[in-house]
Design a protein around this ligand. Structure first.
Ligand code: ADP
Length: 655
């Protein structure tokens, strides 16, 4: 430690001596002395001592004048003054002028020693405090700067999510990079489509001439090196070349990474004039900005792609012949193509329709009914919508997860008309064929009576009769389907499913026995009442039972079951027969549809049985479905509403 120097400004030689020998030297301070005020001041200026012991009564310049001069000259040297009289004004004045302590003359060495120690220790504390304050100011400034930097990065982040214009975002990113790195210039370059050149996308402070056509090759540029390595690059001096003829003194480039397309560009800052090179910390900040720029570019790209898809979809929807309406979960229209607008006689412009609710768009009870029903089920709802202009539309309301529902409507007027013509034709032809058939039938019956027949002739007649029976049955069935489809009201009343099944089983039992099949039926003690037509329901059971027997091997089983569930009667006819391949299941209820396989090859049928069954069930407002596995068996189930006590009473009253 260097020895502390103490300047004693004192006109008494004895006091000088006393201080030097008894106070300063024993405590390892080096004494310097001045005998008057002027000399003292000069020495204070020249020597810059660590402490001044100043007598207040001095020749030439008194103590207060010395203190004043010291203060004026900005010399911040701690001063202990000595005085013979302890005047309050003097002490206050001296302290105001910066004195730190005082001692009353005459004083003993211990007294002065204590005062010196106090001054030095408070001096040290003060220095320490000043140092800490300075540090605090520095840290505070740094923090302020960091907060500002964070703010810049945060603002850029926010604009990435709120601004869709990528040009503005990228220009802001470059500006922020220049600010954060305290750079002179900044630039953002992107890879072109071919991936072999980088072009300038945004710049700040760059020379105008360069901005206009800055393009660099990936295999021959600093930016290209960043693209290839995927890592940041710091350069200084002669290496820091941006493009041909464009040099900078310091440069920092960071890559712009995407997860699926790799590195797509670079964000860089440059110093053309300043020598200062960029720091690691600046690199991190610029990298954060580069990430934001990448997100902005990716967002813009995705947005563009979505926009193109949306436009395509909108065009397709507008162009399709059918009417399409998409609604949200609250039945508010999101989309309505022109066919739908024409159909519902809505405004020409789509924007007038979007946002209104479906019941504002139409008052058609069937359509509104479909939307109401849709709120109770996740299934697709179908319906036929007759319009006042005699046209008929096939409507399908499909739930769309996360969006709402889509209503699609197709004009089926001409199909309905075709079906009517076809049906009329079938009825006419069937009727017309029936008469000659009856005649043929009669003559076949008469043939044996016309003379004796040999065995072969009898065999031929038997085959002819069998074929006749098949044709007659087919025609009867066709006429039946036709009748059902024509929608004639069938007479309804309360009927017990148990009775219907019992009577059907009684009749069909013989067929099962013939094939050595077990017919399982365990009727419940309670009646299972439905509101329906007993003959038609019997037809359903007959068809399902005869199919089960037909399509189940010899020795198999068939089981019938009826149960009541929440106001519904569920009837099931199960077998362990050949089953139906899943791919065929959706079509077996279609007219004339038969499964073609080696198992069904020898089984005769028309493919109309299940059509009749389904039509009858639907006439009863019921639903029928099949569950089946090839080689395991099939279960046909249908559900009808159970007859309510009130319905039964009404039916009885009516009777
Ligand atoms: P079909 O007169 O051919 O029996 P259906 O309309 O009654 O006509 O049945 C249509 C087709 O469904 C049948 O050809 C058969 O392939 C299949 N099918 C119907 N019931 C069963 C069943 N219980 N087991 C296996 N296949 C069946």
């Amino acid at each position: 430690m260097t020895q502390k120097r103490v300047l004693v400004i004192e006109d008494s030689y004895e006091t000088q001596q006393l201080l030097a020998e008894l106070v300063l030297e024993p405590n390892h301070y080096r004494p310097i002395s001045a005998m008057d005020g002027e000399e003292g001041l000069r020495m204070a200026q020249e020597e810059n001592p660590d402490l001044i012991v100043l007598d207040m009564q001095l020749p030439k310049m008194n103590g207060l004048e010395v203190l004043e001069a010291l203060k004026e000259q900005g010399l911040d040297i701690p001063v202990i003054f000595t005085t013979v009289r302890e005047s309050v004004e003097l002490v206050i004045q001296a302290f105001r002028l910066g004195a730190r302590d005082y001692v009353i003359k005459p004083f003993g060495p211990i007294e002065m020693q204590e005062a010196i120690r106090r001054v030095f220790s408070t001096g040290a504390l003060r220095a320490e405090r000043d140092q800490l304050t300075q540090k605090l100011v520095d840290v505070n400034q740094k923090l302020q700067r960091q907060i500002q930097e964070m703010n810049v990065i945060y603002t850029i982040g926010r604009s990435v999510t709120s601004l869709l214009d990528p040009n503005r975002i990228l220009n802001r990113v470059v500006e922020a990079a220049v600010y954060l790195a305290d750079a002179e210039e900044g630039l953002l370059m992107l890879l072109d489509k071919d991936g072999d050149e980088l072009y300038l996308r945004a710049a700040k402070g760059l020379d105008e001439k360069i901005v206009r056509n800055l393009r660099v090759r990936v295999d021959d540029s600093v930016a290209g090196r960043v693209i290839n390595s995927g890592r940041p690059i710091f350069l200084t001096g002669s290496q820091a070349k941006v493009a041909t003829g464009y040099l900078s003194k310091a440069l920092l480039y960071v890559p712009m990474h995407t997860s699926d397309r790799g590195t797509i560009g670079v964000l860089g800052v440059l110093n053309r004039e300043k020598e200062r090179s960029f720091t690691e910390r600046e690199m991190f900040m610029i990298s954060a900005l580069a990430d934001y720029a990448t997100i902005a570019i990716e967002n813009a790209r995705l947005f563009e792609a979505i926009e193109v898809e949306r436009a395509k979809l909108a065009t397709i929807l507008q162009e399709v012949e059918g009417a399409v309406i998409v609604v949200d979960e609250a039945d508010k229209i999101l989309l309505c193509n022109s066919a739908a607008r024409t159909l519902l006689e809505l405004s020409e412009a789509e924007e007038d329709v979007v946002g209104i609710s479906i019941d504002q768009a139409t008052s058609h009870p069937d359509l509104l009914g479909m939307f109401q029903e849709a709120h109770q089920t996740d299934r697709v709802i179908h319906d036929e919508i007759p319009l006042s202009d005699k046209r008929t539309f096939n409507a399908q309301l499909t739930p769309i997860k996360g969006i709402g529902r889509a209503l699609m409507m197709q004009d089926v007027t001409h199909l309905k008309e075709l079906a009517r013509i076809k049906s009329e034709f079938v009825t006419a032809v069937s009727h017309d064929i029936r008469t000659p058939l009856t005649t043929i039938h009669g003559y076949i019956e008469l043939l044996p009576r016309a003379g004796s027949l040999n065995a072969q002739q009898q065999e031929f007649i038997l085959r002819a009769r069998q074929s006749m029976d098949t044709i007659t049955e087919l025609i009867d069935t066709l006429l039946d389907v036709d009748r059902l489809e024509a929608g004639y009201e069938i007479e309804m009343g309360p009927c017990n499913m148990i009775d219907i099944i019992e009577s059907s089983i009684k009749e069909i039992q013989a067929q099962a026995r013939e094939k050595e099949q077990e017919l399982r039926w365990d009727p419940s003690a309670h009646p299972m009442m439905v509101y329906g037509n007993p003959n038609r329901l019997r037809q359903v059971i007959d068809n399902l039972l005869s199919n089960a027997i037909k399509y189940t091997q010899r020795g198999g089983w068939i089981a019938v079951n009826v149960e009541q569930e929440d106001g519904h009667i569920v009837t099931q006819i199960a077998d362990n027969g050949i089953g139906i391949p899943p791919a065929e299941q959706p079509y077996i209820f279609d007219k004339f549809y038969r499964v073609e396989s080696k198992e069904t090859l020898s089984i005769v049928g028309t493919g109309l049985g299940l059509t009749i069954v389904k039509t009858i069930i639907e006439k009863h407002n019921g639903r029928i479905w099949v569950e089946s596995r090839p080689g395991v068996g099939s279960v046909f189930s249908f559900v009808l509403s159970a007859l309510k006590e009130s319905d039964r009473q009404t039916a009885i009253d009516r009777a």
